[in-house]
Design a protein around this ligand. Structure first.
Ligand SMILES: C[S@@+](CC[C@H](N)C(=O)[O-])C[C@H]1O[C@@H](n2cnc3c(N)ncnc32)[C@H](O)[C@@H]1O
Length: 399
C-alpha cells in the first residue's frame, strides 16, 4: 500500500474512534488531542495532517458523515478535497484528489458534491441569527481561522526583527496596527517576543471588541469574567499605567494563568481578585460565558453539540451575571457586555431584558464600529467582513 493509502486507513480509523462522540462531547478538541498524542508512531507532521483532516470532517460533517458507513474511501476523498492545502496536506490531497477539480469557493464545492451549503450550520440557528446563513458568512464559517497576535509593546520593530530571525512572515491589520496576522504555520509561543510578553495570541475580532467601546486611559476597571485574561491584558494596556484592572473569575485556576501572563507582560496594573468583587469601578467588563457560536470555524464540533436548550440556559446565566456585576459600576461609569456568540437570545435579548429591569442604565454610542451597524442593543461583529471570529458587544452607562 502507498504511503497515502495507509494514511487514509489511519485517518478512517481515527474517525471511527471519534464518531460516537462528535455529536455529544463539548470536550471533543481535548479528546482529539489525546487521541493523536497516544499514537506513538506519529511524528508532528502526521499529527498536523490528521488534525487538519479531522477538523475538516467536523466543519463539513453533513457532507461527509453519510459516506462513512456506505463508502469510507469516498468519505476520505471528500475530506481530502475539502481540506485546506497546507504543507502537511499537500501530498495527501494531490494523490487522493488528482481527478477532482481545484475549486476555491464554498458554492463551487457545494455544486460539485451536490451538497447544500446551509446544511453545514445547524438549521435551528436560523432563528437565532439568520444573517450567518448569507453566502459570504457561510463561506467564512467554513474557513480555517487565521492566527492573530496582539502586540503588547511599543517596540514593534523588535518583534519584527525577532520574526525575521525565525523566517516568519506577518501582516499588520489595516484596522488596528497592533494586531498582526501570522502568515504560514508557525508556533509563535517559541519566539523570544512571546517569552518576553511582547505578544499574545488573540483573534482580531476579540481585539476589536474593546476598541469599539472606547476605553478612556486612567480608569479603574473590573473584568468580571476574566478567564485566563485575554481581554484583561488588553484592557490593562488600554488603561495605561495610571489605570488599573481587577480581574475576577469563578475558576481560580484561570486566574493563576492570568497572573502568569501579567507577570510575563510586566503588567503592574492588572490584579487577580481572590474574593467576589466589591466596591465601585469606573468600568466593568462582563465577557460572559456563552455558547461560543461565534467560534464555530475554530471549534466546529460546537455546531453539532450545541442545542437551543443550551442557548436558553446560557442566556439565563448571562442575565444573572450582567445584573450581578452591573452593581459594581459607579454612577456615570461604563458597563460593557460581550460574548463570542452570534445568538440573538445571548446577545441583544439579554441586553434588552437587562435595560428593561435596570432603568438606571442606558445604551451609549460606540467609539468605533469598524463598518458594522449597531442595533439599539449593541454591535454584532460578523466573521466575513474582517475574517474574524463572531462577537457581540454592548456599551452601557449608569446614569
Ligand atoms: C468567555 S469566557 C472569558 C474569556 C476571557 N474574558 C478572555 O478574554 O479570554 C467566560 C468566563 O466566565 C467565567 N464565569 C462563569 N461563571 C462565572 C461567574 N459566576 N462569575 C465569574 N466568572 C464566571 C468562566 O469561568 C469563563 O472563564
Amino acid at each position: 500500500m502507498s504511503v497515502v493509502g495507509s494514511q487514509q486507513q489511519v485517518f478512517l480509523r481515527l474517525l471511527r474512534q471519534l464518531q460516537p462522540d462528535w455529536r455529544r462531547d463539548f470536550n471533543l478538541p481535548q479528546r482529539i488531542q489525546h487521541l493523536l498524542a497516544r499514537e506513538r508512531a506519529f511524528g508532528s507532521r502526521d499529527r498536523r495532517l490528521y488534525r487538519e483532516l479531522i477538523y475538516t470532517t467536523l466543519r463539513y460533517l453533513p457532507w461527509i458523515e453519510p459516506s462513512l458507513e456506505r463508502d469510507p474511501a469516498r468519505a476520505a476523498k471528500i475530506t481530502a478535497w475539502l481540506a485546506a492545502e497546507t504543507r502537511d496536506t499537500r501530498a495527501y490531497r494531490a494523490e487522493l484528489c488528482a481527478d477532482w477539480p481545484a475549486v476555491s469557493s464554498l458554492a463551487e464545492r457545494a455544486k460539485f458534491l451536490e451538497g447544500d451549503a446551509s446544511a453545514l450550520l445547524p438549521a435551528w440557528f436560523r432563528e437565532e441569527y439568520p444573517d450567518v446563513f448569507a453566502p459570504a458568512e457561510l463561506e467564512a464559517q467554513l474557513a480555517r481561522a487565521p492566527l492573530w497576535l496582539r502586540l503588547q509593546t511599543d517596540d514593534t520593530a523588535g518583534v519584527a526583527a525577532d520574526f525575521d530571525v525565525n523566517g516568519w512572515r506577518f501582516a499588520p491589520s489595516s484596522l488596528l496596527p497592533s494586531a498582526w496576522q501570522v502568515l504560514g504555520e508557525v508556533d509563535v509561543t517559541k519566539s523570544s517576543s512571546y517569552a518576553n510578553g511582547h505578544l499574545e495570541i488573540q483573534d482580531l475580532g476579540s481585539q476589536l471588541l474593546l476598541e469599539t467601546v472606547g476605553v478612556a486611559p486612567g480608569g479603574r476597571w473590573l473584568d468580571a469574567c476574566a478567564g485566563a485574561g485575554g481581554k484583561s491584558l488588553q484592557l490593562a494596556r488600554l488603561l495605561g499605567s495610571n489605570g488599573q484592572v481587577d480581574a475576577y473569575d469563578i475558576r481560580p485556576a484561570a486566574l493563576v494563568e492570568l497572573q502568569a501572563r501579567a507577570v510575563r507582560a510586566r503588567m503592574g496594573n492588572l490584579h487577580p481578585l481572590t474574593q467576589t468583587p466589591a466596591g465601585e469601578y469606573d468600568g466593568v467588563l462582563v465577557d460572559a460565558p456563552c455558547s461560543g457560536s461565534g467560534t464555530w470555524r475554530r471549534s466546529p464540533h460546537l455546531k453539532w453539540v450545541t442545542t437551543p436548550a443550551l442557548i436558553a440556559a446560557r442566556a439565563e446565566l448571562q442575565q444573572k451575571l450582567l445584573s450581578q456585576f452591573a452593581a459594581r459600576v459607579r454612577v456615570g461609569g461604563q458597563l460593557v457586555y460581550a460574548t463570542c456568540s452570534l445568538s440573538h437570545r445571548e446577545n441583544a435579548a439579554v441586553v434588552q431584558a437587562f435595560l428593561a429591569a435596570h432603568r438606571e442604565f442606558e445604551v451609549t454610542p460606540f467609539a468605533q464600529t469598524f463598518g458594522f451597524t449597531p442595533s439599539n442593543a449593541g454591535l454584532t461583529l460578523l466573521p466575513a467582513r474582517h475574517d474574524t471570529d463572531g462577537f457581540f458587544v454592548a456599551s452601557l452607562r449608569r446614569r
